[in-house]
Ligand binder design. Sequence first.
Ligand code: ADP
Ligand code: MG
Length: 395
Amino acid sequence: MPEPLFEELKSLIDFSPADEANLRLLAEPLDARIDHIAEQLYNKLQAHPAARSAIRESGASEARVRSTIADWLVGLLEGPYDQEYYQRRVRVGLVHARMRLPQHFMVAAMHLVRRALVDAVWDLPLHPDDKLAKVRSVHKIVDIETAVIMENFREGYAERVRQTERETVKERLRESEHLANIGQLAAALAHEIKNPLAGISGAIQVIAGDLSPDDSRRDVVDEILAQIDRMDATVRDLLVYARPKPPEREVHGVGAVVQRALTLLREEPAFDGIEMHREGLDCDVEALIDPSQFQQVITNVLLNAAQACNQHGEITVRLSRDNSVARVEVADTGGGMTRAEAERAFEPFFTTKARGTGLGLPICKRIMDAHDGRIRLQSREGKGTKVVIELPVSL
Ligand code: ADP
Ligand code: MG
């Protein structure tokens, strides 16, 4: 609340010099009651989880907190209600915002203060008219105080929200700078590695053409070609990750894409010895997807599942529809992940595999984000992993 509003508030509530005098005259006779009211307020704070933990974290002793509350109550009666007073009260609102006390709690706490002060005035040996006037002054100052606390509470709260937003923006910026760097690196790599690699691969194949079919050096050549393929895959993953293409989305059957991925992976050696289960793949659910990108997601996840199974075990692929969500689940009975691995699985370049790029899941996440969908995983070390992929269905 800007300071001029404090003056305006006082005049709106009709807070006069007579009220100031009334309150100041109450300070001494109520002095004996202040500690008791502070205790009630302290107990109320202790009963609220946010307040309790904020007090605990501040490290202040109970006696200290209670005397702070008592000082604040005395200040309420003593004034003077000038700018300096206002500034002090402003800080109280900010403290409450920092404690994350909800607004309704603040209103309830001020209600307690009001009732306790009014009761205390009621017990004083005063002429009824005088009593009534003093009770009115108490009402006025409690209302003013509540308004000031609320306003600054809101300010403090808004400040906290702005702070969080600033941090998020900074983080995004860092992330996109990071991506821009990888993007440049990937482009350089593509140029420096991909093209020579294609050349080497071609040359080797020419040489291999001259070898007789039973030449023992064929194995060596095949190994070289396999390694070249792997390097090529790494560079390709890096390019996909660093230079994502916006999806070209169309209404498409989800099950059909999953089927296609499974069919294409049938020959993949990683799947040897693994029992595959398919559930609900003919389920009639359509979504707005880029079929080739979505297929890449399913393929990456299936490959991870197979690699985790290490040539034995089971993989279950299930498609289901849950209201407006199409859900593909890929569960494997492989080695699972530790908690730390699961937390880092979507980090670019995080891999536990000798030949991994650590880009499979980050690419999946990028694609699912671009599809307004999501991908998450549940894993238990030694038991297996379930990856859940969700998409909004098209109605
Ligand atoms: P990469 O497969 O190249 O290692 P990914 O991004 O696909 O990269 O996966 C990152 C890491 O997450 C893997 O190295 C592995 O540790 C873990 N991971 C992913 N899927 C599974 C799974 N189904 N079971 C166990 N671990 C997995
Ligand atoms: Mg992978």
